[in-house]
Design a protein around this ligand. Structure first.
Ligand code: ADP
Ligand code: MG
Length: 817
């Protein structure tokens, strides 16, 4: 049996730092020592050391009453003794050739039965956790002891300020220290309950505990107890109704008189039971968590040590320590996350060299000069970032965010031209065929400003005057005939085609590139690891630019897309008209329909988004079909309506969108799940049913479907009976047209889980960190970058614990040194 001196040594070190103020451990050093020493003494076999040990009175110390100088002297002798005990132990160990337990993970071994216990043992090894209790904890995701240490309270009640009974205020949460005068069992509402009268030097107060007759026996006269709870009023007098209580004994209070943790509970777990258990677990096990943060980092940031942070997160000594604990633990989550995403990026960028491109191509200049408009400042900035990446010998991985219409395409085309000018191919991938077609048209349009259209076949245009050879752009989609497809594939393989536009299928199946230099991925589809490895298997390591029109708050972007560098176009080209947005009351529905009718009479078109039904796609589709029929028959019998829902095949959806875009339909009725990411400049009205149930970002996306042409556009939001929060949101969207601002608001109002609606997963499990905590996230990212700079492979010994932790939280990465 060996001595684990570490906890005590840490405490004494901390005492030293804090000037021997007896504040290093909650409840005071004496209390800690009392527990610790009774276990530790068993490990001392040498009689001489035992004698010294006894002289120091570790088991019944009286540190609190010593002067500071005496405390220091005493602490030093204890440290000496600890060192000597350990030396003796080591010698013995060597003699026995027994394995030496490494310091941070060694532990107090009270009994032989505990030898195999560790922080990763199932919780059933803990005294007091039966298998049925363990099952209840398992339901909360708690399986091993470590999980329990990380099973944080969702909040704390502040019962730390004791009040004299005479000063109790009705309706407040208060804490008193009182004597029991009398306690008896009574019947309240037919239930056996306890009533007590307790008092302090300032007065008396009545306390009742409903449905709990047992307390009456426990609370004998003159028992001292602390009571914390809400002060009520009964017949004009103060009363505590079923408050938390705890007897004043010679131990630390856990239910009252402090910041008291409230744990997430499941059926069959009682608050007092859980709290008591957690206190025991934290006291016994928190010390044994190895602190995986590099010591230099921890000291620089003045973070609490991990064991201390854990114990303070559960049972904080005060609010200040509670905050420090939260910061340390939140940092851990964000730091590990950032190390994970940055490692992914490293694997992509350093696994294979990329293709440095020269960006001083004359064609780029000519192209920019030929545009019928000036780039906005934001476009300039982003273009510079993009070009700087292309020049590097490692593959770019960049996310370009910008609202619909902010001009991302122009920037992407500049990149594609750069690749072509360097003799490489560029691929532009859209989420749907119809969007790919749209991009093909846009790009040809943009190029015709400088180049001369020389050769034109279906799905393929060539421009002269741009490059020494004709610049060839092609579209490859499902609609392409088989023969044409084969021909295009052949030309892509020989390198005859410079810029190829299509859907994601482009990089997957039969398409072989000659020299692929840049891939642009449009819209929010994530260009994941699978797609990248598909490219690698073809022997390419192109630069990748992912574009999205969904404004994602920076914190969320750094988390979800942390493996990408971020560029943002945060400015719209001048002269854009804001879409007039109005939240309509239920009574205004008819006038909204009348307004749509007038717009259609003027030749405009309308989107109507169906009510959000939070059920299966099948049910959504049925609801949309019903709404479509109602609108066609009862409301707009003389207009032409179309229907779009998620149950339709891609080809059917495509057909409907084409008909709407061509103007064959006046009104398109769609379910919210349908991505209507298409340019219909003639559409001027967006009507959203049950708008109160959508997030701000989603509403903003819907609104972005109109306002693309010259005409003034309108967004009408219908809400039957919005809640207070929903009203707030509707007010905000009426006034705010900045997508990023809305996204931030959304994140604040609804939290990250719902930010993307139901379909976005992949969010990490953050318990302590909040994604609204920008500063801490930036700090974590900065520290993660710095760590990779000083130790790219995380090979240094001081990082071995960190690597172990990373392997635990990111097992799928599997690439840790
Ligand atoms: P996004 O892809 O970001 O939604 P686009 O690149 O399609 O936006 O641009 C939307 C429209 O704005 C296009 O018609 C484009 O030609 C035009 N445009 C882009 N940049 C500017 C600019 N700086 N000034 C004026 N119009 C611009
Ligand atoms: Mg676009």
């Amino acid at each position: 049996m060996s001595l684990n001196a570490e906890p005590l040594r840490k405490i004494l070190d901390l005492e030293n730092k804090k000037g021997y103020s007896d504040s290093a451990v909650i409840g005071g050093l004496d209390r800690f020592l009392h527990n610790w020493a009774s276990q530790a003494v068993e490990s001392i076999a040498n009689p001489r050391l035992l004698k010294r040990w006894n002289k120091l009175h570790l088991g019944d110390s009286n540190y609190a009453s010593l002067s500071k100088a005496q405390r220091q002297g005493w602490a030093e002798s204890v440290l000496d003794l600890l060192a000597e005990v350990e030396r003796g132990q080591e010698e013995k160990n060597q003699a026995d050739a027994a394995p030496v337990v490494s310091q941070p993970s060694s532990r107090v071994r009270k009994q032989k039965t505990e030898v195999d216990q560790s922080i990763d043992s199932p919780i059933t090894v803990i005294k007091g956790i039966s298998s049925s209790l363990a099952t209840k904890f398992n339901k909360l995701g708690v399986k091993v002891i470590r999980d329990l240490l990380y099973f944080f309270p969702h909040r704390h009640l502040d019962y730390s300020q004791r009040k004299p009974i005479a000063q109790l205020a009705e309706g407040k949460e208060e804490t008193i220290l009182a004597n029991v005068w009398q306690a008896q069992e009574i019947r309240l509402g037919g239930r056996r309950s306890t009533e007590a009268i307790v008092g302090d030097e300032t007065g008396n107060v009545r306390v009742v505990w409903f449905n709990n007759p047992y307390l009456a026996k426990k609370l004998t006269t003159n028992t001292r107890l602390v009571i914390s709870g809400r002060v009520g009023l009964f017949k004009g007098r103060h009363v505590f109704e079923s408050p938390e209580w705890e007897l004043v004994e010679d131990k630390e209070l856990i239910h009252v008189g402090r910041l008291v943790p409230l744990y997430p509970l499941t059926q069959g777990l009682r608050p007092r039971q859980v709290r008591k258990l957690m206190k025991q677990v934290v006291d016994q096990w928190a010390w044994q968590l190895a602190d995986f943060l590099p010591p230099g980092l921890r000291e620089r940031q003045k973070f609490l040590e991990l064991p201390r942070a854990i114990s303070q997160a559960h049972f904080p000594q005060d609010e200040d320590m509670q905050t420090r604990a939260r910061i340390r633990l939140a940092f851990d989550e964000l730091f590990l996350l950032q190390l994970g995403v940055l490692n992914k990026k490293r694997a992509w960028q350093e696994g294979q060299p990329g293709t440095p491109l020269s960006t001083r191509a004359p064609v780029l200049e000519a192209f920019l000069r030929s545009l019928p408009f000036e780039l906005t400042l934001a476009q300039h900035k982003v273009l510079k970032e993009l070009l700087a990446d292309l020049e590097l010998p490692r593959p770019m991985s960049r996310l370009l965010q910008g609202e619909v219409g902010s001009g991302k395409t122009v920037v992407a085309v500049a990149g594609l031209l750069t690749a072509a000018a360097n003799g490489y191919q560029g691929a532009f991938m859209a989420p749907t065929e119809i969007l790919a077609e749209q991009h093909f048209a846009t790009i040809c349009q943009l190029l015709s400003g400088t180049g001369h259209l020389e050769g034109k076949e279906d799905y393929q245009h060539s421009y002269s005057g741009l490059l020494p050879h004709p610049l060839t752009v092609a579209l490859l989609i499902g609609d392409t005939t088989r023969a044409k497809k084969r021909q295009l594939q052949q030309r892509i393989l020989t390198g005859e085609i410079d810029i190829i536009i299509g859907t994601h299928a482009l990089i997957q199946k039969d398409v072989e590139f000659h020299r692929l230099g840049l891939v642009v991925v449009d819209e929010q589809h994530r260009f994941g690891v699978t797609q990248r490895s598909a490219l690698r298997q073809k022997g390419f390591n192109p630069h990748v630019l992912v574009m999205t029109a969904t404004p994602i708050p920076r914190t969320l972007a750094l988390t979800l897309y942390g493996d990408l560098d971020l560029s943002v176009i945060d400015q719209l080209p001048p002269g854009r008209q804001a879409v007039k947005t109005k939240w309509l009351r239920p009574g205004q529905r008819d006038s909204a329909y009348a307004f749509i009718g007038r717009q259609v009479a003027d030749g405009r078109q309308t989107f109507i988004i169906c009510p959000l039904v939070e059920e299966s796609e099948a049910i959504q589709a049925r609801a949309a079909t019903a709404e479509y029929e109602r609108l066609s028959q009862d409301v707009f019998p003389s207009l032409s309506l179309g229907l779009l829902h998620g149950r339709m095949s891609a080809a059917e959806k495509d057909k409907v969108m084409r008909r709407f875009r061509s103007g064959e339909m006046d009104i398109l009725v769609a379910t919210p799940v349908v991505e209507v990411g298409i340019d219909v400049p003639n559409a001027t009205v967006m009507m959203v049913e049950s708008a109160d149930r959508f997030g701000l970002s989603q509403l903003h996306q819907f609104r972005g479907r109109v306002g693309r042409g010259q005409e003034q556009s309108y967004c009408m939001l219908l809400a039957q009976n919005p809640s207070e929060v929903a009203r707030q949101r509707l007010d905000i969207i009426e006034k705010t047209h900045d997508g990023f601002e809305l996204a931030e608001e959304d994140l604040k109002l609804r939290g990250p889980g719902e930010f993307f609606g139901t379909r976005q997963s992949g969010l990490p499990d953050l318990r302590m960190a909040k994604l609204s905590d920008v500063a801490l996230l930036e700090l974590a990212r900065g520290e993660a970058i710095r760590l990779f700079e000083i130790d790219p492979g995380l090979e240094k010994t001081e990082h071995s614990l960190l690597v172990k932790e990373l392997t635990r939280v990111w097992p799928e990465a599997g690439e840790w040194s």
